[in-house]
Design a protein. Structure first.
Length: 439
């Protein structure tokens, strides 16, 4: 295994595991892949269900369709700011944790429990400011769980199995999206639309935490955790670590495009095509089913294929370009008139193939370019800023600039927004070729 083992040993809850982590095993521990997948799926279900429609519907019910973009942009943007801070900090702290429960487990447990409660409250709070508060707590706590969970892959999985684990975990995103869309469509009210995914996320997260053969750090790090050390949590030198810098930038650009639809697609079909809330959720479910069908198949195949070929970049490059192209097709859908909704379904298929390639291989590529094996969770947390920063910036840009100004100047604010975001994703995919240390 590629991690440094100085001062650490493996453990389970209540008992030490006998095998040494000093020698790299051929495979990850028995059961790790299954429980890691469940934890990833559960956490994504809890968080993505609100992002992909739950928050949009809740905001509509609170302030109406016309005021919804600005309110949704505020809630999602500020929540993502908390996520941006939380995950690298959680990774940094877990790298340094000397608890007898392990390095990762305490943070996973706390994050999962707090996230479950706050996610359940999303559907019942009666005002936008309350929704903002509970969503910020949910984003913070879920990222305190996700950072150490992702670091456990680098801890537990050998290099030539990481593509498989990455591809397997990549299926969790589309399946969580599909389940979430089904829950949104099937549940009769906002309270159940948030409670059901929150309960599932909590249960699967606890299962992973209690079965993880976690490492135990037996000696504290030589360097004390100072304010300077805290600041280092959020950055790296892209000149010194060029590959990590390009991996960060391209991930951010592709994720910007992928997240551009989010809850705004729900508002778009309501505004552009006159769909009410039940019709919005039904169409959202159809879109998600198409996207997921492509993502699941492509993600697993791409992950295993990248291991066999020992190549990562071509998959991520093509994936990013297709993600951006899919979003641009959504932007062009009003040109089709009455066939616009059908065009969106085609766009979802294109986006699904691209996202399957990207999510199936990107995590493995990112782990391969990590420069510091002693602080992998910290570096993975910094890389995760490439996920959370676009999620913070995009809603603000969409809700406060592109949609209102684009609607006034060009007569189609949503179209302008989707076209811009899609172009960013295509450029991000092409820039993956700048990474030199990975094939």
């Amino acid at each position: 295994m590629s991690t440094s083992t100085e001062g650490v040993e493996p453990t389970t809850v209540g008992a030490a595991v006998a095998e040494s982590v000093a020698q790299a095993p051929a495979r990850e521990p028995r059961g790790f892949a299954a429980t890691y997948w469940l934890a990833t799926y559960g956490l994504f279900l809890g968080v993505l269900t609100p992002i992909m429609g739950g928050l949009a519907v809740r905001v509509q019910n609170l302030v109406g369709l016309e005021e919804a973009p600005a309110a949704l942009g505020l809630v999602m943007g500020v929540g993502s700011l908390f996520a941006l801070i939380a995950q690298p900090l959680a990774g940094r702290l877990s790298d340094r944790t000397t608890s007898r429960l392990g390095m990762r487990r305490p943070w996973i447990l706390g994050g999962v429990l707090v996230a479950g409660v706050s996610l359940a409250l999303v559907g019942v709070v009666p005002a936008v400011w309350m929704l903002l508060v509970v969503w910020c707590i949910a984003q913070t706590a879920s990222n305190f769980a996700q950072g150490p969970e992702t670091a456990s892959v680098a801890d537990q999985v050998p290099h030539l199995r990481r593509g498989f684990i990455s591809g397997l975990a990549g299926t969790a995103t589309p399946l969580a999206l599909l389940t979430g869309a089904a829950i949104l469509n099937a549940m009769p009210n906002d309270a159940l639309r948030s409670l059901v995914p929150a309960v599932i996320a909590t249960a699967f997260g606890l299962l992973f935490a209690f079965t993880l053969k976690d490492r135990v750090r037996t000696a504290p790090p030589a360097e004390k955790f100072s304010w300077q050390e805290f600041a280092k949590t959020f950055y790296f030198n892209p000149r010194t670590h060029r590959d990590l810098g390009w991996a960060w930038l391209t991930k951010a650009m592709i994720m910007f495009a992928f997240g551009a639809l989010g809850g705004f697609l729900t508002l778009f079909v309501g505004t552009q095509y006159g769909l009410d809330v039940p019709a919005q959720l039904a169409f959202n479910l159809t879109c998600t089913m198409i996207q997921v069908a492509a993502m699941v198949v492509v993600s697993v195949v791409a992950g295993k294929w990248s291991d066999k070929a020992n190549r990562r970049k071509p998959f991520v490059t093509v994936g990013g370009v297709l993600v951006g192209l899919g979003v641009i097709v959504v932007a062009l859908s009003p040109l089709a008139g009455d066939g616009g909704l059908t065009v969106i379904l085609v766009a979802e298929a294109i986006l699904g193939v691209g996202a399957g390639l990207f999510f199936g291989v990107d995590q493995a590529m990112c782990i391969d370019v990590l420069p510091d094996k002693e602080n992998m969770a910290k570096d993975l947390g910094v890389l995760n800023i490439a996920n959370t920063l676009p999620a913070m910036v995009a809603p603000f840009l969409a809700g406060t600039i592109f949609i209102p100004i684009g609607g006034t100047v060009f007569g189609g604010g949503y179209t302008v927004w989707f076209a811009f975001a899609g172009a960013v994703g295509i450029i991000g995919g092409l820039l993956v070729t700048k990474i030199r240390g990975v094939k």
